[in-house]
Design a protein around this ligand. Structure first.
Ligand SMILES: Cc1cc2nc3c(=O)[nH]c(=O)nc-3n(C[C@H](O)[C@H](O)[C@H](O)COP(=O)(O)OP(=O)(O)OC[C@H]3O[C@@H](n4cnc5c(N)ncnc54)[C@H](O)[C@@H]3O)c2cc1C
Length: 407
């Protein structure tokens, strides 16, 4: 397995590192202090666009045809460039190293992108990902599965969708959807019949301004405050049938739910990479504090710092392995779950050790390690909690089928 990245990717990583120092970390600290996300009109987002960020990984057919001749490049079906997941992992780690909240505020189609690429019709990819190819301004997409009564058990969603001629009527409540109030569109998961469980699921591209979509409320969070996690409602929201992700044929089997699962398998290594980034930041801060306060002569302190460094490296390698499998279009469900289960616990250990070293300084709440300690918790929760990942892996170990999810 080759985890190396090419020169172009290395340069992208270097640009992220520079932005991290100058913008990502300072904005993250400011958002944390003010208790609000970076506003969508902030110049930082325009700067990201100028740096080639905030774009989709989807390749439009006309560009794909041009690139196809180059070895290791995109295919005409619009799938991203080979190696894209691995590069994404390095970028996700580096961004979260500087601030995970601000990195999640980065414009782009976000969590919905893998579902749109794998399930979307050609028309939907053009309409909803097309504007992210060379965006004229910062644009966001959002993903809304979770509801006040449905988190880990996604089969419990109650947002209803009823066919109404050439439209669908959506009614329900969603919570914790990243970047939702600033998004051009939200991929909303609903059900035709809650008693059918996952077989009843349908996904819709609900566009900004559609009548019935509203009541956006930015949630209060303990950490990662740089981006918005938002609840909203759908009240008799009429969505054109053309916005049903994948078209009706897609849902004749259990493909709808499988589409959501594919999305999570694609995203989980990114969350694991975020956790490694937060853990690395906590380790660096802990080392700096221990050095400054002359604690490094104590072998117990050195031993604990080394243990964290070792575990973070293990978590990174496992994460890269999951991404490598995705790059080669090989099944990666177990590896995705493994890195998602492992990395947040290691990052938590790093932040926790940092807090212990800080002692009373940590209790004051104005040291970066204290912020990282609050930021890291969400890495265990989002996109399938640690417990859920362990259930998935244990079922797989004994050859039981796996339908467990969690956005
Ligand atoms: C910061 C943040 C961002 C988020 N972003 C998004 C987003 O963009 N889009 C979106 O749709 N959702 C998002 N979510 C929601 C997230 O996916 C859910 O919080 C997550 O799936 C867990 O669901 P829950 O909070 O309802 O907890 P619950 O499912 O109620 O779980 C509570 C606890 O019980 C445990 N548990 C649950 N079921 C089992 C079981 N069968 N066996 C053992 N233990 C179990 C869980 O591990 C957890 O510890 C976000 C959440 C947060 C905190």
């Amino acid at each position: 397995m080759d985890f190396s990245i090419d020169k172009e990717a290395f340069e992208r990583l270097e640009r992220v590192r520079q932005l991290g120092r100058t913008h990502i970390r300072p904005l993250g600290i400011e958002a944390d202090r003010l208790g609000r996300p970076v506003p969508p009109e902030h110049d930082y987002f325009k700067l990201l666009l100028a740096n080639g960020l905030g774009r989709t990984r989807w390749v439009p057919p006309e560009q794909a045809a041009q690139r196809e001749s180059k070895p290791g490049s995109a295919k005409s079906d619009g799938k991203p460039t080979v190696g894209a997941s691995r590069i994404g992992i390095h970028i996700a780690e580096e961004q979260a190293y500087w601030d995970r909240g601000v990195s999640t505020a980065t414009p782009g189609p976000g969590m919905s992108e893998p579902a749109l690429i794998s399930m979307g019709t050609a028309d939907q990819k053009q309409r909803f990902l097309g504007p992210f190819v060379n965006p004229d301004k910062p644009r966001w997409g959002s993903f809304a599965m979770t509801e006040p009564g449905a988190g880990s058990d996604v089969s419990a969603i109650r947002t209803s969708c009823v066919k109404d001629g050439a439209h669908w009527m959506l009614n329900g409540e969603k919570s914790f959807a990243g970047n939702a109030s600033r998004a051009d569109w939200i991929l909303v998961w609903a059900t035709v019949d809650a008693s059918l469980g996952r077989a009843g699921h349908r996904a819709f591209l609900v566009e900004k301004g559609m009548p019935g979509l509203g009541n956006f409320q930015i949630e209060k969070k303990m950490g990662i405050k740089g981006y918005e996690s938002t609840s909203f409602t759908l009240q008799d929201c009429r969505v054109p049938a053309a916005n049903l992700l994948g078209g009706e044929g897609h849902y004749a089997s259990r493909a709808g739910f499988k589409g959501a699962m594919k999305t999570f398998n694609a995203i989980r290594p990114g969350i694991a990479a975020n956790a490694v980034g937060i853990g690395r930041a906590a380790l660096d801060e802990a080392l700096a504090f221990a050095r400054e306060h002359e604690r490094l002569h104590d072998p117990r302190v050195r031993d604990r710092l080394e243990r964290i460094a070792r575990k973070l490296r293990m978590a990174r390698l496992l994460t890269l392995r999951a991404a490598w499998l995705a790059d080669h279009e090989l099944p990666n469900m177990v590896e995705s779950s493994m890195c998602k289960a492992l990395a947040p616990t290691v990052a938590y250990e790093a932040a926790s050790l940092g807090m212990e070293l800080l002692g009373a300084v940590g209790g004051r709440g104005d040291h970066l390690i204290e912020k990282l300690f609050r930021d890291v918790k969400a890495m265990d929760i989002v996109e399938g909690t640690g417990q859920i990942q362990r259930i998935v892996m244990a079922r797989n170990l004994v050859n039981l089928p796996n339908d467990t999810a969690g956005a």
